[in-house]
Write a protein that binds this ligand. Structure first.
Ligand code: ZN
Length: 479
C-alpha cells in the first residue's frame, strides 16, 4: 500500500518536472520584424548636438516663465520648416503641434516636456547645469535626459523629414508640456482635454519612461529596452498625532511624537502585499528565453514559482518597487522646545501605488495600522491612481519595440512597469496604446542623474535618438 502511494507521488513529481521543462524549452523567442534606424547625414549631426546644447541654456524652470518664451522663439528659428508646415496651438507655455498628413488614419502622438527640475547640490556639478557645455563625449546639463532632449530630438526628426519633402503616413501630433515636473495640470491635462473635445483617437501615444539598461538586473547578458506599458500611482498622506501639551518633566507614557513613530514603524513592518503585476510578468516572460536554463525554467513557470521570484525581486533595491505599493516617509515635524510636550506631530508619507491598488484599499490599510490618537488625511497636491495597462502585443507596441531593438547594443525590448510618473497618464483616454520609452542607453548608476547632479547625454547617442523618432514618424498604420 505504502509502496503504491510512493509510486504515485513519484509519478506525479516526474510529470510536474516534465511540464516545467517542456514549458521552459518551448518558450518562443520574441518575433519582432527587425527594423533598422533610418540614416541621418553625417554633416547634420554636429549641428543637431549644438542645437540641443542651445536648448539646454534656457532655464525652463517652473518659476522662470520668461525662459519658456525665449525657448519658444529659439524653436521657431531652429526649426523653420516645422513651424511653416505644422499648425501650433499653445496652452500657456505648453505647445501642441499638428502635422496633417492628408490621410484618414489613426494618428500618432509624441509627448515630451520642456520643463526641468530645479538644481540641487550645485557644488557637485562638473559643468553648470544651464551652460549647455559640450565636450568630447557628452552634452551636459538639465534636460539632457529628462527630457527636453526629446522635445529637440522629435523636432529634429520632423524637420529632417520636411527638408526632404516627406510626409508622415498618418497625422502626427506633438505635445510638449511645460509643467510635467509639477503634475501637468496646466499643460498635459489641458492639451489632453482639448484633444478629447476634438474627438481625436491615437493609434499610439509615446512618452518618456523606460530606457535601454544593462540586462544584468534581469539576469541576461544583452541590454534590455524597457518600454513602459503602465505607470504606478502616486499619493502622499499626512499622519497627525495629538498629545496633551505640558511640561516634559511630567510626561505621559507616550507623547505625540512617540505615537507618530509607532504609526510609521507599524506601517513599515506590515508592507503592502507583494506580487507580479501584469507588466512585470510580461517583462519576465520576455527575458526568459535569454536566461540560463535554471532561471528560464523558473520564468517559464511563474504559475508555480511566482512566490520565489517575488522574494528575489523584493530583495533587490533596483527591482523592489516593481512588486508592490511602496511607502517612503519623506517629511516630519513636531515640537517647539526641548522641555515642552508637543501638542501635535505630523509626518508625510509618499506612496507609489502598484497596479490593482486604489486610493481606498491603501487608506483602509493605513487606518488599520494606526494607533489611537493618530489620524490620516490625503495631502493636497499631485495625486494619481495607477495607470491603465496598455497591451504588449499590439501593432503600436511592436512599432516602438522594433525601433528600440535597432538601437546600438542590440537591446531586447521588454514591457515594463514604470515606477515614476509621467505626463502620459493624462492621455490615457485618448488611446489604447500609451507607451513610455526614451531612446537612450544608460548604465544603472546613470539613473541618479535624473533630477540629480551631472545630468548628461553621450554625444554619440543623440543622433540615434533623432533616428529613432525619424523611424517612428516614417512608420504608422497607413501603409
Ligand atoms: Zn521627465
Amino acid at each position: 500500500m505504502f509502496k503504491r502511494g510512493l509510486l504515485a507521488v513519484l509519478t506525479l513529481l516526474a510529470l510536474l518536472l516534465l511540464v516545467l521543462v517542456v514549458r521552459a524549452l518551448v518558450l518562443p523567442a520574441p518575433a519582432l520584424s527587425s527594423r533598422v534606424l533610418p540614416s541621418l547625414p553625417e554633416q547634420d549631426r554636429d549641428a543637431q548636438v549644438e542645437r540641443l546644447a542651445q536648448a539646454i541654456r534656457f532655464p525652463t524652470l517652473a518659476d522662470r516663465p520668461e525662459a519658456f518664451d525665449a525657448f519658444h522663439a529659439f524653436l521657431a528659428e531652429a526649426f523653420p520648416f516645422t513651424h511653416e508646415t505644422l499648425s501650433l496651438r499653445p496652452f500657456g507655455h505648453s505647445l501642441l503641434y499638428h502635422w496633417d498628413s492628408g490621410h484618414d488614419c489613426a494618428p500618432t502622438l509624441l509627448l515630451a516636456h520642456q520643463d526641468v527640475v530645479p538644481v540641487s547640490a550645485m557644488a557637485e556639478w562638473q559643468h553648470p547645469p544651464f551652460d549647455g557645455v559640450v565636450d568630447e563625449r557628452f552634452i551636459w546639463g538639465r534636460g539632457t535626459l529628462d527630457d527636453k532632449v526629446s522635445v529637440m530630438a522629435i523636432l529634429e526628426a520632423v524637420e529632417a523629414m520636411l527638408a526632404e519633402g516627406r510626409q508622415p503616413a498618418c497625422d502626427v501630433w506633438l505635445a510638449f508640456g511645460h509643467d510635467e515636473e509639477t503634475g501637468g495640470a496646466q499643460g498635459a491635462a489641458r492639451m489632453a482635454a482639448w484633444l478629447q473635445e476634438q474627438g481625436v483617437r491615437f493609434e499610439l501615444v509615446l512618452d518618456e519612461g523606460g530606457m535601454v539598461l544593462p540586462g544584468a538586473t534581469l539576469g541576461i547578458q544583452q541590454p534590455v529596452a524597457l518600454i513602459g506599458i503602465a505607470e504606478k500611482g502616486y499619493i502622499s498622506v499626512t499622519l497627525e498625532a495629538h498629545g496633551e501639551p505640558g511640561h516634559s518633566s511630567r510626561p505621559p507614557a507616550q507623547t505625540a511624537i512617540g505615537d507618530l513613530a509607532v504609526a510609521i514603524a507599524r506601517l513599515q513592518a506590515n508592507p503592502r502585499p507583494a506580487g507580479l503585476s501584469l507588466p512585470t510578468r510580461y517583462m519576465l516572460e520576455t527575458v526568459a528565453p535569454e536566461q540560463a536554463f535554471a532561471r528560464r525554467l523558473v520564468f517559464a513557470n511563474l504559475w508555480l514559482f511566482e512566490p520565489l521570484v517575488v522574494r528575489q525581486l523584493a530583495g533587490n533595491p533596483e527591482t523592489h518597487a516593481l512588486i508592490r505599493t511602496t511607502m517612503a516617509p519623506t517629511m516630519l515635524s513636531g515640537g517647539v522646545k526641548d522641555n515642552v510636550l508637543p501638542a501635535t506631530a505630523s509626518a508625510v508619507i509618499n506612496f507609489r501605488l502598484a497596479p490593482g491598488e486604489t486610493q481606498e484599499s491603501l487608506l483602509n490599510w493605513v487606518e488599520r495600522h494606526l494607533p489611537e490618537g493618530v489620524s490620516v488625511s490625503i495631502k493636497e497636491g499631485f495625486f494619481a491612481e495607477p495607470s491603465r495597462i496598455s497591451p504588449a502585443n499590439s501593432d503600436a507596441f511592436e512599432r516602438v519595440a522594433s525601433l528600440a531593438q535597432a538601437l546600438p547594443g542590440d537591446p531586447l525590448p521588454a514591457p515594463f512597469l514604470m515606477i515614476a510618473g509621467s505626463d502620459a497618464r493624462h492621455y490615457q483616454a485618448l488611446s489604447e496604446n500609451v507607451l513610455r520609452f526614451l531612446p537612450v542607453s544608460l548604465q544603472q548608476q546613470d539613473i541618479a542623474r535624473f533630477h540629480g547632479p551631472n545630468e548628461r547625454l553621450a554625444r554619440n547617442q543623440y543622433p540615434d535618438m533623432v533616428r529613432f523618432y525619424l523611424g517612428l514618424l516614417s512608420s504608422g498604420s497607413a501603409q
